[in-house]
Design a protein around this ligand. Structure first.
Ligand code: AVI
Length: 325
């Protein structure tokens, strides 16, 4: 069978968005820049390396859970669905689903254009029976996705606990958008990282090889290279820790020295130890996540975890009587 061409839809944020959000973020106190800007081609490649690290249990644990859950999952979802993968990246996990679920179509959605194109083209080649679409969008600002047959049973797949990178209120909004996309009876299959001993969490975001530090500093590489700023990534330290009050890992970039950096004609002074908050990664109990999903109109249909309770994969179903914010 001949591979299908990938239908491509491009609405990814460009340099103007980066410039605006960086200037806004550096003008605030405390300073913060959205984590979505980690993911240019280099940042996505660094994230792929993180997924292979011994300290970063999430990716391999989720894979194992999915493998174990598959027979039950196929029974619950049925065949002929339209599978929509949010944050498709390297799309490794979805292969498991494609092979067992045999969906009628696949839509890969990601903010990183080069990665998305490469991964969907590979899927189209490897699964010639599958209709493959690619939508390059920043789904944190709404889910405008073409190619969605209104009558299809839609299953959104959001692996990797990327939901944890949204503040709870934004996570509810995003899931409500997903609910509108999949419609009543539609599904969301989602990976959710669980609360666990602090030592395990801190190690996962402070790996010995320094890949997470390089990933964090990639934001500064982008600001320097794409915005022409005179910022030196080596003048900032990677700082990541679990904040138990908020139930989240926080990542920051902390200035080693007193310095002024110039971005798009604006000057920003840093005192030594002054930081930029770059990412939150929320951790949930299964019960806490049920409540969050419920606020978006989803109910937990099934929850699978590993033997050490590190991670969960949850099948959520969108209901008719949903109260959608
Ligand atoms: C993509 N996301 C779920 C990762 C996380 O664990 O929050 C991003 C990451 N940040 C540092 N390491 C990995």
């Amino acid at each position: 069978m001949k591979a299908q061409a990938v239908n491509f839809f491009d609405a990814h944020p460009g340099t103007a968005d980066l410039r605006r959000e960086v200037i806004d973020g550096l003008s605030e106190h405390p300073r913060a820049i959205p984590a979505k800007f980690f993911y240019d081609e280099r940042g996505s490649a660094l994230f792929d390396r993180i997924c292979e690290l011994p300290e970063y249990y999430q990716t391999r644990t989720e894979m194992k859970i999915l493998q174990r859950a598959l027979p039950e999952l196929v029974d619950l979802i049925g065949d002929e669905c339209l599978l929509i993968e949010l944050g498709s990246g390297a799309s490794k996990k979805v292969r498991l689903l494609l092979e067992q679920l045999r969906p009628s179509g696949y839509v890969g959605v990601d903010i990183s254009k080069e990665f998305l194109l490469a991964s969907t083209e590979t899927l189209a080649r490897d699964y010639p029976w599958l209709e493959v679409h690619a939508a390059c969008v920043d789904f944190s600002s709404g889910l405008e996705i073409p190619h969605c047959d209104p009558s299809a049973h839609k299953v959104a797949f959001f692996p990797g606990s990327s939901i944890g990178n949204f503040d709870p209120a934004d996570a509810i909004h995003l899931m409500a958008d997903v609910g509108r996309l999949v419609g009543p009876g539609g599904h969301l299959l989602i990976g959710v990282d669980l609360k666990k001993p602090v030592g395990v969490l801190n190690a996962a975001y402070n790996d010995a090889a320094g890949v997470t530090a390089a990933f964090n500093r990639n934001l500064l590489h982008r600001i320097r290279d794409e915005l022409g700023a005179d910022i030196d990534p080596a003048a900032f330290d990677h700082y990541a820790f679990y904040n138990p009050d908020e139930g989240r890992i926080e990542m920051h970039l902390v200035s080693r020295i007193e310095q002024d950096v110039h971005v798009a004609g604006r000057s920003f002074g840093f005192a030594p130890g002054e930081g930029i908050h770059t990412e939150n990664s929320y951790k949930y109990t299964v019960e806490e996540f049920a409540e969050l999903a419920g606020e978006a109109g989803f109910r937990q249909q099934a929850v699978w975890r590993d033997d050490n309770d590190l991670f969960s994969v949850q099948l959520l179903q969108f209901g008719d009587a949903a109260v959608v914010p």
